[in-house]
Design a protein. Structure first.
Length: 348
């Protein structure tokens, strides 16, 4: 299976979290911008899911270090963390209509990231689908014990239920981001519904913390032209990931640790979960993940710190290489118990 209508939608592998199994990792942006038309993918299990008029492209991250304990490059020195939150970004105007151009425009202002600075020995721990009244406090206690700051992408409904936990996340020095109100596949929604999902969540987070979030992670990692356009209009920075534990599958504590360390590299954005299911293995794995990453020389930072350390890049003015467009795989359903496990390859 492959891709069709390349400019309409990208499916960045995403977790099942509360409602579905999710895919593996995220592709390098060069695979999107340079070789997007030449990717072919296959799935481990067929899905019976709702279809949108726009195609979906599952893609997997490549290019990070793969040894269990990687020695970082240490070529640069991280910037000093900001003492106050970033202001909302102004929308890019005019905003392109083709997706590869949208991503290039956002990247030129560091507003679309799946990885940080690949020449800095820093990684960002991120947690999705919370807050959860049982697991989130345990994760916060571990982070405090090891003096680590992380990023929490919260579901708006959970924020409304447990505002004190979100307030604690923020007061502990962590970054709180937007993960939609109810965790739908935003690419299947209308422009108005996408805006509502994002704004309701930002409102709830602002009410809990006093600060409006500027970071956004789309559910399942799915973006298309509509999602990117709304994120741009709302002044948000879209965050994907480059390293994940697949902790949603509860594979065992040791497996979660080994997966994280195997993919850890300079600038890695690590995806884990504090909500959406049984996260006891994530809680158990977190101390080993933190100590092992530090022993390998990595600094653990929030996404705001990581963003400060990413140099700006000019927007590309060239279209990606075109190629044949095989049939795309299906879009996952928010209520499905299945997930995609893509295999990515490039063809000349």
């Amino acid at each position: 299976m492959g891709m069709q209508d390349i400019d309409s939608q990208v499916f960045f592998p995403r977790r099942p979290g509360a409602r579905m199994n999710r895919t593996s990792l995220v592709v390098t942006l060069c695979a999107i911008l340079g070789l997007l038309g030449s990717l072919t993918l296959s799935t481990m299990k067929p899905l019976t899911v709702p279809q949108s008029n726009e195609s979906t492209i599952p893609v997997e991250a490549t290019g990070l270090a793969t040894s269990p304990f990687v020695t970082p490059t240490n070529r640069l020195t991280p910037a000093t963390p900001e003492s106050s939150p970033n202001n909302m970004q102004s929308p890019i105007q005019p905003f392109p209509t083709l997706m590869w151009q949208q991503i290039a425009a956002l990247q030129s202002q560091n507003r679309f990231l799946y990885t940080g600075n690949r020449y800095l020995p820093e990684v960002a721990l991120t947690f999705d689908d919370g807050p959860n009244p049982y697991y989130t406090p345990q994760i916060l206690a571990i982070l405090q014990h090891y003096r680590v700051k992380a990023t929490f992408f919260c579901i708006g409904q959970q924020v409304a239920r447990y505002p004190n936990l979100v307030r604690q996340e923020y007061s502990d020095g962590n970054l709180v981001g937007n993960h939609s109100w109810s965790h739908p596949n935003l690419a299947l929604l209308s422009d108005n519904d996408i805006e509502t999902q994002i704004n309701l969540t930002s409102n709830a987070i602002q009410q809990a913390t006093g600060v409006r979030p500027t970071f956004f992670r789309p559910p399942y990692g799915v973006v298309n032209t509509k999602v990117l356009a709304q994120a741009n209009l709302l002044g948000l920075t879209t965050i994907i990931w480059s390293d994940e534990a697949r902790d949603w599958a509860t594979p065992g504590t040791s497996v979660i640790v080994s997966r994280i360390l195997r993919l850890a590299g300079d600038g890695a954005i690590i995806l884990m979960h504090d909500g959406g299911g049984d996260r006891s293995q994530t809680v158990a794995a977190l101390p080993s993940i933190i100590t092992s990453l530090r022993a390998s020389g990595f600094q653990l930072v929030t996404l705001r710190q990581m963003l400060n350390d990413v140099p700006e890049r000019p927007a590309s003015t060239q279209a990606p290489i075109s190629a044949s467009t095989p049939t795309p795989p299906p879009v996952p359903s928010p209520d499905s118990g299945s997930g995609l496990s893509p295999v990515v390859s490039s063809t000349p």
